[in-house]
Design a protein around this ligand. Structure first.
Ligand SMILES: Nc1ncnc2c1ncn2[C@@H]1O[C@H](COP(=O)(O)OP(=O)(O)O)[C@@H](O)[C@H]1O
Ligand SMILES: [Mg+2]
Length: 285
């Protein structure tokens, strides 16, 4: 289920209070008992009862009767808390349409000082395990690990964009909160759907981007034609949460895979002759 701007807009301050209490209590409980929620939100039992029913209907929280009557926060609720924070801070004034839905995220347009992108990280259970095994940055503890992992994933992407954007062509990060990264909107299209006039030049610029990022301590880790956009002139490399540092034990293999994937795309679509091994040596320098 997706986040809807109307649902966020129509929330009452008590709905938000209940969501905030639930978020806080999730650090202690897998399932938050109704009485705890009532106590923490400082609302009457009947008010809480009314609010939780609305929030369940909006797909923001979930109820279970077993082993005891209790609630847990869902992604829509967590996303809503983040949007509310961004709106209060003045970072965004309106939530726009859904422009991208990946394996691990929902991407929305929004209005800030200009058009911006909100990327809501949503690490799924299956990929949580894979990511944990291959990258090792996710702890396997705490309540509600998916929400926790999504927050970490957003943080990782924000760290990469913050360091890279001055030197490498990537979206400019504006803010992050919970599982959401706010970044500049790239007016363009993904590389898989465009036909480049000068593929050779464009390819060189991608390799230059990979090289600069490597020197700054970042190997992308999921590079492909789907994670490169073009703004009409140059490549913009997006989707950074899974980056690894060059001293990561698998960094060389991951870099190799990134370079090969990009090479294969240009070989296939533009019949370019490229030697990925030579390129890898030049990136590592
Ligand atoms: N800064 C941006 N500007 C414009 N579109 C974007 C931006 N970031 C992401 N998108 C769109 O959303 C899609 C999904 O985003 P991405 O960061 O690749 O996440 P995922 O991990 O879900 O693939 C992208 O393929 C792209 O079409
Ligand atoms: Mg992507």
């Amino acid at each position: 289920m997706h986040l809807s701007a109307d649902d966020v807009r129509s929330l009452h301050k008590y709905d938000l209070r209940v969501l905030q209490s639930l978020e806080f209590l999730m650090s202690r409980y897998d399932w938050v008992p109704v009485e705890e929620l009532t106590k923490n939100s400082r609302l009457s039992a009947s008010e809480v009862n009314y609010r939780v029913r609305r929030l369940v209907d909006k797909g923001m929280i979930k109820f279970t009767q077993i082993p005891y009557p209790s609630y847990c926060l869902l992604y829509n609720g967590y996303d809503t808390l983040a949007v509310n924070h961004l709106a209060k801070k003045g970072t965004i004034s309106a939530l726009g349409t859904l422009v991208g839905e990946g394996k691990e995220s929902l991407v929305y347009e929004a209005i800030g000082t200009g058009p911006v992108i909100l990327k809501f990280h949503r690490v799924g259970q299956r990929s949580f395990k894979t990511v944990q095994r291959s990258r090792g940055f996710l702890p396997d503890k705490g309540h509600c690990p998916w929400i926790f992992a999504s927050h970490l994933s957003a943080e990782q992407e924000y760290i990469a964009l913050s360091t890279l954007h001055r030197t490498v062509s990537v979206p400019v990060p504006l803010l992050m909160n919970r599982n959401v990264v706010v970044m500049s909107h790239i007016a363009g299209a993904n590389l898989n759907v465009v036909t480049l006039a000068e593929p050779g030049k464009f390819f060189d610029e991608i390799i230059e981007g990979i090289t600069k990022a490597y020197k700054l301590g970042f190997v992308h880790g999921d590079l492909s034609e789907y994670n490169i956009m073009t703004d009409g002139e140059k490549p913009v490399i997006i989707d950074w949460p899974q980056w690894v540092a060059p001293d990561h034990p698998n960094a060389e293999e991951i870099l190799d895979h990134d370079i090969r994937t990009v090479c294969q795309f240009f070989q296939r679509k533009y019949q370019m002759k490229i030697d990925p091994d030579e390129l890898r040596s030049s990136v590592i320098g």
